[in-house]
Ligand binder design. Structure first.
Ligand code: NAP
Length: 281
């Protein structure tokens, strides 16, 4: 039996699981689609009912895979997708969203994010997001790869403080946001979606994590994800196309890290002592 997955409450009042499913690298190779669909469906069965995708992944292929995985169970899932910055003009945002909806085979995206900052003024993108929201095509909107100055600029734009989430690189090996961006978002109720929570698989081989995880009869990847789940307002979205590793990642929500081991993690993966510019993968 598993413990319940903790939730994060978005500004709209909707509670979403703090442990979801990533999809980068899915939809790239045709004969892997069934494995990818099965892994997403298993993750949903196990309660990881937040699915993160983007028009970029697999050049639309990941959204198609997600659409197939959700065919008969769309209502069980909180669906997140993202648009390219070069599509983020007022008209371009609407068009990109409509294309994503078609690939996802759904009539709404629950959370729609600007993938990273580009050339279009934020006023245009925010206005388009608000239009999509009023049309019911998206439930909420947010951003990705925005550091504190970007967030401040966004909040100064009309409607900008309606931003529900900021998806950023955050894991034990990349703790820079703990200095300023994470508290900035926590104070304002903006959810932080931690991408690459296992540092794209690399943390699974970290000797110190392997050592600490043993006491929990856990794997290093589970400990890396559990560390993120301890943080208020943080949603971790590990990606796996393997049934075994999806089960493993789900197990992260069953781990409660002791204070002593939190200290050991701080020694092995130092928290920031000064501003670290936001990194991006
Ligand atoms: N907004 C952005 O700019 C941005 C950037 C990067 C990622 N993302 C999102 O965040 C999601 C997660 O990030 P990510 O895919 O970069 O990295 P990740 O989730 O940290 O790691 C995924 C990699 O680790 C492997 N893996 C998964 N579970 C594992 C485990 N328990 N033990 C060992 N290896 C494991 C996966 O391989 P298998 O599939 O073979 O298990 C895959 O190669 C993405 O899929 C995407 O949805 C967003």
């Amino acid at each position: 039996m598993h413990d319940e997955i903790p939730t994060v409450t978005l500004p709209s009042g909707i509670a979403v699981p703090a442990l979801g499913l990533g999809t980068w690298k899915m939809g790239e190779i045709k004969n892997r689609a069934n494995e990818e669909i099965d892994s997403l469906r298993l993750g949903i069965d196990l309660g990881m009912t937040l699915v993160d995708t983007a028009e970029m992944y697999g050049d639309g292929g990941a959204e198609r895979v997600v659409g197939k995985a959700l065919e008969d169970r769309r209502d069980e899932v909180f669906l997140v997708s993202k648009l390219y910055p070069w599509n983020a003009s007022r008209a371009g945002t609407i068009a990109a969203c409509e294309s994503s909806l078609a690939r996802l085979d759904t009539d709404r995206i629950d959370l729609y994010l600007l993938h990273w900052r580009g050339e279009y003024p934020l006023t245009e993108t925010v206005a388009a997001f608000e239009t999509l929201r009023s049309q019911g095509k998206i439930g909420a909107w947010g951003v990705s790869n925005f550091d504190v100055p970007d967030m401040e600029e966004l909040f100064a734009v009309e409607g900008g403080s309606n931003c529900a989430a900021n998806q950023v690189l955050y894991n034990l090996a990349r703790r820079g946001i703990e200095h300023d961006l994470l508290p900035w978002c926590q104070t304002r109720g903006v959810a932080v979606m931690a991408y690459s929570p296992i540092e794209q698989g690399l943390l699974a081989h970290n000797p110190e994590l392997i050592r600490i995880a043993k006491a929990y009869q856990a794997t290093p990847a589970q400990l890396a994800v559990a560390f993120l789940l301890e943080r208020e307002g943080v949603i971790a979205i590990p990606k796996s196309a393997s049934l075994k590793r999806v089960r493993e990642n789900r197990g992260a929500a069953d781990i409660e890290i002791s204070e002593e081991d939190m200290d050991a993690l701080d020694l092995a993966f130092s928290p920031p002592t000064q501003k670290v510019p936001l990194e991006m993968i």
